[in-house]
Structure formats: C-alpha cells, structure tokens
Write a protein that binds this ligand. Structure first.
Ligand SMILES: NC(=O)c1ccc[n+]([C@@H]2O[C@H](COP(=O)([O-])OP(=O)(O)OC[C@H]3O[C@@H](n4cnc5c(N)ncnc54)[C@H](O)[C@@H]3O)[C@@H](O)[C@H]2O)c1
Length: 337
C-alpha cells in the first residue's frame, strides 16, 4: 500500500524533502505541520505543492492518519514530535542529528522500542552513489586491511542562529555527516577521539567553526578529519573529500564523481608501479532525492536501512565525545551507543 507521509517542520531542510515527497509515485504527502502556518504555506507555494497545513502534530496525526512521520524539526523538538508519532502508531524518519545528546538519543530509541515502531535517521550523505561504490569496494576487501580513512570538509557558511547559539556549532551541527560517513565507508566503529577546535579570525560564528579530529577506530584504523565552516576559499563539496588507505590499495573520492582506486603492483628501477581504475558508480540521484525515497520505501516495505536510530547512536556518540575532547583537550572514549 502507498504510505501516507506527514512532514513536520517547514524550515530549511523541509525545502529538500517537500519536492521529493510530493513527486513520489509510491508515497502520499498528507499534510505539512509547522508551529508557524505562514511558513508552511509559503514553502508549499514556493514549490508549487498543494497539501493541508497543520499547526499541531497530535491534531495532524489524528486527522490525516499517516503511516510515516518525517521529523524535520531541530533536535530540541524531536522528543515531542516523535513521541506523538509513536503514540499514533507511526514510524519516524528523523533528520540529523538524531538528538542533542546521547542520552536524549537513547531515550528516543527506547520510546520507539516501547511503541514497537521504527525510528530511522536521515544521514543523506550515505546516499551518494559515489560513497556507496567506495563502501562496496572497501567491504569487498579490494583495499586490503584498512589502516586510515581521511576526510575533509571546507565550506564558507553564513551565520545561522540555530548553530550560532551552540557552544560548538561545527561539531554539534555539521560533523555528524562526516563522522557517520567514516563509519559507513570503513565499517569500523569509533573507540577514542582527540579534537582541536578553533574559531579562526573571519569565522562568522561566535565559536567553534573549525575542528581537527583524530579518531581511533576498531581494528587499528585511524580516522583523520579536518572540518571548517570558515573557509577563505577552495570549498570542498558538501560530501567532503575522502581518502581510504588499505594494505593493498588506496582510494580517493572527491565527494562528487567516481572514486579512484590505485593498487601497488611492484617496485621497478623507475620506482613503485601502481595500477589505477575508477569505480563503477550507479547512475541516479544523490543526497535527499536519493535518500528520501530510499528511507520511505524501506519503512513501507519493512526492510532494514543502514541508519536505524539504534545504530546511529554510534555516530551521535562520536559527536558528544568530540565535543568533550574539544573542551577537555584530552583523548575521550567514544560510547558504544
Ligand atoms: N540532512 C541535511 O542535509 C540537513 C540540512 C539542513 C538541516 N538539517 C537538520 O534538519 C533539522 C531542522 O533544521 P532546519 O534548518 O530546517 O531548521 P529551521 O529552524 O529552518 O526549521 C525548523 C522548523 O520546525 C518548526 N518546528 C519546531 N518545533 C516544532 C514542533 N514541535 N511542531 C511543528 N513544527 C515545529 C519550526 O517552526 C521551524 O519552521 C535540524 O536537525 C538540522 O540539523 C539537515
């Protein structure tokens, strides 16, 4: 059956969901909820989409009887929205980050379990066919034993209030995309982290626009990460730029095109010889246009996804441990979820 989908929160990220859900043949947008109905109406008009506008989640759930609720509100509203959705028998897709703290995230997972419903997290960066191809190559052992994953993200981000109000805006809002991607690409889990956080001159945020992080991952793998919202130039794609080094081969992904794998062949008198190939990347959309149908479709079909909230707690734990390390200037253990 075609699932009825209720969108809650008509803010910036809803602008990425609305056009996708509205055009899905196998999902039905039943209403858009926002505390500010004018905001919801303006967003619908901007995308040329017609749907009911509601201002209260519980009333909207009772009136429209959705199967799936997309919680597109900030983490501070997550519990109120998701608890109501579970009580109405809905599965929930929550935007990243799942919660503002690990305890809040665990509580949400507990609520879903108690209600017998599913809670999954939108980690849209997993849904790039280039990232999927790189993950598949790593998982198939094409790189050998993975020793290092290095990622970097450099963007010039205009101050926005939700993040500016945080003590650690980059780590608290952005870093989860790349922390989660490191787990996705390598299949390794985080153990400990050391972070240097800075707010360089020219940053548009009051604090913490830059973070340099070293994670020790399972199996002796190191995840080295440099992230910035205060780039003076040379932005990376939003998906970041990645390198994975294994015992047999290294791979690079520029966050946009096809990953490249280079494999050591032999030493010669002219130096080491490598063979190089580009990975096949499935055609099709990336980001929310890929992720939204994938998550809705999996919930409707009762199929697993790779960003179930219980699993996503490990990525959330990387954020909370990174923040603690930035504050204490020491290595911090990453909780097991
Ligand atoms: N995956 C991505 O690429 C991506 C991009 C941007 C934002 N996000 C995430 O999406 C979430 C929302 O961010 P945003 O930038 O859209 O925020 P926003 O502030 O622009 O919009 C949030 C909207 O939710 C509404 N809202 C809050 N509580 C509500 C409630 N209880 N009931 C109904 N409506 C409520 C607010 O009125 C507001 O209109 C955040 O968690 C953010 O991290 C993800």
């Amino acid at each position: 059956v075609t699932p009825r989908v209720l969108l809650v929160g008509a803010g910036a990220v809803c602008g990425l969901w609305l056009p996708v859900v509205a055009r899905m043949a196998d999902a039905e947008l039943c209403a858009l909820v926002d505390l500010d109905p004018a905001r919801a109406r303006a967003l619908l008009a901007a995308h040329g989409v017609e749907a009911a506008v509601e201002t209260h989640v519980a009333a909207a759930l009772a009136r429209h009887r959705p199967a799936i609720v997309a919680d597109l509100t900030p983490p501070a509203s997550r519990r109120a929205v998701d608890e109501a959705a579970f009580a109405a028998g809905c599965d929930v897709i929550a935007e990243k980050p799942l919660a503002g703290s690990l305890d809040e995230g665990r509580a949400l997972v507990g609520l879903a379990d108690a209600a017998g419903r599913r809670l999954v997290v939108m980690q849209n960066h997993r849904h790039h066919p280039g990232a999927r191809a790189l993950r598949a190559a790593v998982a198939a052992g094409q790189l050998g034993d993975v020793a290092l994953v290095a990622g970097e993200l450099h963007r010039r981000v205009e101050r926005f209030e939700r993040a500016a109000a945080m003590a650690h805006p980059f780590l608290g809002d952005m870093a989860i995309h790349d922390f989660d991607q490191a787990r996705h690409l390598t299949g390794r889990e985080p153990e400990r982290v050391l972070v240097h956080e800075r707010n360089p001159a020219g940053s548009e945020f009051p604090s913490g626009a830059v973070a340099v992080c070293t994670f020790l991952m399972t199996g002796g793998c190191v995840f080295s990460y440099r992230g910035s919202w205060a780039a003076g130039g040379l932005e990376t794609p939003w998906f970041g730029e990645w390198r994975v080094d294994g015992s047999r081969a290294s791979a690079r992904w520029d966050g946009a095109g096809r990953p490249v794998v280079e494999t050591f062949e032999r030493h010669t008198e002219a130096g080491p010889q490598f063979s190089r190939r580009e990975l096949e990347v499935a055609p099709g959309p990336n980001d929310h246009p890929a992720a939204v149908p994938a998550l809705i479709g999996a919930l409707a079909a009762g199929e697993p996804v790779d960003s179930e909230a219980r699993d996503n707690l490990r990525s959330l734990a990387m954020v909370t441990a990174a923040i603690e390390s930035a504050e204490r200037g020491q290595w911090v253990e990453v909780a097991g979820g």
